[in-house]
Design a protein around this ligand. Structure first.
Ligand SMILES: Cc1cc2nc3c(=O)[nH]c(=O)nc-3n(C[C@H](O)[C@H](O)[C@H](O)COP(=O)(O)OP(=O)(O)OC[C@H]3O[C@@H](n4cnc5c(N)ncnc54)[C@H](O)[C@@H]3O)c2cc1C
Length: 467
C-alpha cells in the first residue's frame, strides 16, 4: 500500500493531501502566537523562553484535540500550563478529519443515546457529556466564530471553513490562556515519587508540574504522531491498558474480483457477518470496494468485530445488494426486467439491476453464458442470479491495520479513571483525555466529541483542585 493513501471520515481511501500533513505553512493564528509561547525547539527559541520557567501548574502531553482542549480549559481557569507536542505543529490529525472539513460533533443531544454508540464503555462518558456535551461544544466553537452545520447522517461540520478553522479556534483559546506550547518535544516518560508524578521527561529536559494530563492519542494513523507510546508510560505508572486494536478500519478480503470493483460505492445495502454459520453482526448503509477488499461506513463499523472474531476462526460476509426485496420479489423483478429485454443478450439485461461496473463481475460469478438470450435463461440460472444479488459472499482475511484505522479501540482501563473528573484512581496528580482512554465510537463526529468532553473535564478538574 502506498504511503499516500488515507481514509477520510467517510471512510474512503484517498490520497493523503500533503499540505495538511507535511510542511504545512503555519496559519495566521499559529504565526500570531507570541514568541515565548510558541516554543520551537528546532529554532532554539525555547531555551531563552523557558530559562527560569520549567515549573508549571499543569503539564499536558499531546497537542491533539483532547490535549488542546484540556490545556485551554485549565489555563482559562488561571493555571500556568505547558502543552507538550512532539510534532512541529499542533493538531496534525485534527486537520485531516472529515476529509479536512472536520466533522467535529454529532447532532445528538441525548446523553444516553450519544454514549450508547460507544458500546458498553459508553456509560463512562455520562459525566463528561453532562458537563461539556454536544450543545456546549457547538456553543464553544460558535462563540469563537465557527458555526456548526448539520449535514447528512447528523454529522456536524463547520458551516463555512474547515478543520483549520477549528484548529485556529483552539490555538486562540491556548493563546488567550497564555499556555506555553512546546513543539518538536517528544515525551519519553515520567518521574514518579511516592503516589505522585513529579516530572515529565523529554529527551533534553525535565519539566516539573503539579498535575499532568496525558493525551497522546491511540495507535491509529501513526503518521500523524499518535504512535502509541502513551500506553507504555501508562502501564509504568501502574495503570492497566486494554490491548489496543484498530477500529473503524478497512477490511481485506480473499476474493480477487473485488479489485475490479475498486472505487465502487454502494448505498442502502445490507451486510451480515457470520462465523460457523452463526450471525455475529449486521449493518445497513453505505460501503465501498477497494483494491484490497471492502471499506465504507458499514464495513468500518463492523471492523472491530471482524478483527476480534478472526482470532477464533474464519468468517464470512454476506452482502445483500437488494435488501428492500425478499428472494421472491427480487425474482419477480428480474423476470419483469428480462421480459423487457426479451431477445437481448444476458450481459445487456442487467442495467436496471446493478451498477455498471458490477455487471461483468456478477455475470462471471453466476457462471451464466453472457451472450445467452435473456429469455432463454433457465429457472436455475435465474435463481443463481437472485442468490448472488441477495447473498454475495466475501471472505475477510484481516484488517488493514493501525496505519489506516480511524480510531483505536482499547487503552487506559476506564475502571481506573474517575469518570466525573478524568482523574486517575492510581496516581494522585494524573488525568487522562481523548483516544488514549478505552473508548471508541463510530464515525460521525462521536470521537472528536469524546475528546472535547474528556479534555475539557480533565483541564477543569486538574486546575480546579489546585486553585
Ligand atoms: C483520517 C481520519 C479522519 C477522522 N475524522 C474524524 C471526524 O471527522 N470526526 C471525528 O469525530 N473523528 C474523526 N477522526 C478521529 C479523531 O481524529 C480522533 O479521535 C482524535 O484526533 C483523537 O484526539 P486525541 O487528542 O486523543 O489524539 P491525537 O489527535 O492523536 O493527538 C495526540 C497528539 O499527541 C502527540 N503525541 C503522541 N505521543 C507523544 C509523545 N511521546 N510526546 C509528545 N507528544 C506526543 C501526537 O503527536 C498528537 O499530536 C478521524 C481520524 C482519522 C485518522
Amino acid at each position: 500500500m502506498s504511503e499516500k493513501l488515507h481514509l477520510d471520515s467517510s471512510n474512503r481511501v484517498l490520497k493523503l493531501s500533503k499540505n495538511v500533513t507535511k510542511n504545512r505553512p503555519l496559519s495566521q493564528e499559529e504565526k500570531n502566537l507570541p514568541e515565548n509561547r510558541l516554543l520551537d525547539t528546532r529554532r532554539g527559541k525555547d531555551a531563552l523562553a523557558m530559562k527560569d520557567n520549567n515549573l508549571f501548574d499543569i503539564a499536558v502531553i499531546g497537542g491533539g484535540p483532547a490535549g488542546m482542549m484540556a490545556a485551554g480549559r485549565a489555563a482559562e481557569l488561571g493555571a500556568k500550563v505547558v502543552l507538550i507536542e512532539k510534532n512541529e505543529t499542533l493538531g496534525k490529525k485534527l486537520l485531516i478529519t472529515g476529509k479536512g472539513r472536520c466533522n467535529f460533533t454529532h447532532n445528538e443531544f441525548d446523553i444516553r443515546k450519544f454514549a450508547e454508540k460507544f458500546g458498553r464503555n459508553g456509560r463512562f462518558l455520562y459525566g463528561a457529556l453532562a458537563q461539556f456535551g454536544v450543545r456546549e461544544v457547538i456553543d464553544f466553537f460558535e462563540s469563537r466564530g465557527v458555526k456548526g452545520k448539520v449535514e447528512q447522517g447528523n454529522r456536524i461540520f463547520p458551516e463555512e471553513g474547515n478543520a483549520q478553522d477549528i484548529l485556529n479556534v483552539l490555538i486562540k483559546y491556548l493563546t488567550e490562556g497564555k499556555v506555553n506550547i512546546l513543539l518538536n518535544s517528544e515525551v519519553n516518560g515520567f518521574k514518579q515519587e511516592k503516589e505522585k508524578i513529579s516530572q515529565v521527561l523529554l529527551r533534553d529536559r525535565k519539566i516539573t508540574a503539579d498535575k499532568f494530563i496525558i493525551c497522546p492519542g491511540g495507535k491509529s494513523y501513526p503518521q500523524t504522531g499518535s504512535t502509541g507510546e502513551g500506553y507504555r508510560w501508562v502501564e509504568q505508572l501502574g495503570h492497566t491498558v486494554i490491548p489496543p486494536i484498530p477500529a473503524l478500519n478497512p477490511v481485506k478480503t480473499s476474493e480477487k474480483w473485488v479489485k475490479e470493483l475498486q472505487g465502487l460505492s454502494l448505498k442502502n445495502v445490507s451486510l451480515q457477518l457470520f462465523q460457523n454459520g452463526k450471525k455475529q453482526d449486521e449493518r445497513f448503509g453505505e460501503m465501498l470496494f477497494t483494491h484490497f477488499g471492502v471499506s465504507g461506513p458499514i464495513v468500518m463499523e463492523m471492523s472491530k468485530n471482524i478483527g476480534a472474531l478472526l482470532k477464533n476462526g474464519p468468517l464470512k460476509l454476506i452482502l445483500d445488494l437488494k435488501p428492500a426485496l425478499d428472494f421472491k420479489k427480487l425474482d419477480k423483478r428480474i423476470q419483469r426486467d428480462f421480459e423487457k429485454f426479451k431477445g437481448r443478450m444476458f450481459k445487456n439485461s442487467l442495467i436496471g439491476l446493478l451498477p455498471l461496473s458490477m455487471i461483468s463481475v456478477i455475470i462471471k460469478l453466476s457462471g451464466i453464458e453472457p451472450e445467452k438470450q435473456v429469455d432463454h435463461l433457465t429457472r436455475d440460472e435465474r435463481n443463481k442470479l437472485v442468490h448472488l444479488l441477495k447473498e454475495l459472499e466475501l471472505t475477510p482475511t484481516g484488517l488493514l491495520g493501525f496505519k489506516w484505522s480511524v480510531v483505536t479501540s482499547g487503552g487506559v482501563a476506564l475502571k481506573e479513571v474517575n469518570s466525573n473528573t478524568m482523574g486517575s484512581k492510581k496516581v494522585e496528580n494524573l488525568y487522562f483525555a481523548g483516544e488514549i482512554l478505552d473508548l471508541d465510537g463510530p464515525s460521525g463526529g462521536y470521537n472528536l466529541q469524546e475528546c472535547w468532553s474528556t479534555g475539557y473535564l480533565a483541564g477543569e478538574n486538574a486546575a480546579a483542585n489546585m486553585l
